[in-house]
Design a protein around this ligand. Structure first.
Ligand SMILES: *[C@@H]1O[C@H](CO)[C@@H](O)[C@H](O)[C@H]1NC(C)=O
Ligand SMILES: *[C@@H]1O[C@H](CO)[C@@H](O)[C@H](O)[C@H]1NC(C)=O
Ligand SMILES: *[C@@H]1O[C@H](CO)[C@@H](O)[C@H](O)[C@H]1NC(C)=O
Length: 312
């Protein structure tokens, strides 16, 4: 081998390894307080999943204090004051979508509080156009205060997950294809009850991180008091996900071509009520009536974000 050839194969090998191991990123956005108003747009649309919700515009949300920003708080909530008529629109709430789109990137959400209350269906997720062909990643999602959190991918046909893989959570279903799973997707339930709902809130929340690479998608959750890497909690300018330990949920690319199943994604933060999922697991207990008649039950139905950092 000539010196040059040796150097070429060494570089090639080094690049292969850095593709597998090295996962170092630089911060490109740091969003807190009123930055959320610039980074996200309000979507006053009707709920595609049939929730008892009425998504309002930015001006309506601000004037009713359904969103509120201070230096290090961004609060997003539903109305908790109005008695609703069963024939009228659902409870006022907010759905925001990021103006930027992301492909391979890391997103870290520092969340102090998430919506809780019967019938609530909050979500922090990312999604591409022409659903499900560009994929969907549910980072934080659940219903009716039921802990733990479940992280889920939704795709078109041809994306499955190995039943055994390196994660601390428990796989629920391994076929991500929405058509074969009645839209359930491939989910992973997190090991910690502090990952969702009242337990998340009483502990002061925590950090959720999504790493999307073509070799795999990972989500970590660290509760407020539980072993978060200092580069995560401090919002460091550069991070290296190789040092973060086993993820809570891991979706490798072995039987799923992530580069083609997941297109450019927007981040969406929404809070709906009942609907296809929350309504069906709420049983026969009259979920819409509960949402209509009990505004006071939704005083804790709010997100409080300390910040959102993006790394690419
Ligand atoms: C990231 O961390 C891994 C594991 O500690 C290390 O091998 C790698 O060199 C680091 N990458 C960079 C770019 O610092
Ligand atoms: C709210 O979020 C969940 C998250 O997966 C989604 O299924 C649902 O369609 C969303 N609702 C609206 C109106 O955006
Ligand atoms: C608006 O909401 C914020 C956050 O929940 C709260 O601190 C503030 O007191 C509210 N303002 C009014 C006028 O209700």
């Amino acid at each position: 081998m000539t010196g040059q050839m040796w150097l070429a194969s060494f570089l090639c090998l080094a690049m292969t390894f850095s593709g597998v191991l090295g996962a170092s990123y630089t911060q490109t956005e740091s969003i807190s307080g009123s930055d959320f108003y610039d980074a996200f747009s309000f979507q006053a649309i009707s709920d595609p999943t049939h929730g008892r919700v009425n998504y309002v515009s930015a001006s309506a949300a601000k004037s009713a204090n359904l969103t509120y920003a201070s230096s290090n708080h961004f609060v997003l909530r539903s109305d908790f004051k109005k008695q609703l008529s069963s024939s009228g629109p659902g409870r006022d709430s907010v759905r925001i979508q990021s103006n930027n789109q992301y492909t391979t990137a890391v997103m870290i959400f520092n969340i102090r509080h998430m919506p809780q209350g019967c019938g609530t269906w909050p979500a922090v997720w990312t999604v591409g156009g022409n659903w499900p062909n560009q994929g969907e990643i549910d980072i934080l999602e659940g219903v009716n205060d039921q802990s733990p959190n479940q992280v889920t991918l939704h795709t078109n046909a041809g994306c499955t997950m190995p039943s055994s893989r390196s994660q601390t959570g428990n796989a629920v279903l391994n076929d991500c294809n929405v058509a074969t799973t009645n839209n359930a997707g491939c989910g992973v339930k997190l090991p910690s009850s502090q990952s969702y709902g009242p337990s998340f809130n009483s502990n002061g929340g925590g950090w959720y991180a999504l790493e999307r690479r073509n070799s795999g998608i990972k989500v970590w959750f660290w509760p407020r008091n539980g072993g978060v890497p200092s580069e995560v909690s401090s919002g460091a300018g550069t991070i290296n996900t190789s040092n973060w330990g086993t993820p809570s949920a891991y979706f490798p690319s072995d039987n799923c071509d992530i580069a083609s199943k997941f297109g450019p994604h927007n981040i969406i933060i929404n809070l709906t009520f009942c609907g296809d999922w929350a309504g069906s697991v709420y049983g026969s207990s009259g979920c819409p009536n509960y949402v209509n008649n009990n505004p006071g039950a939704f005083t804790d139905a709010y997100f409080d974000f300390a910040w959102l950092n993006i790394y690419e």
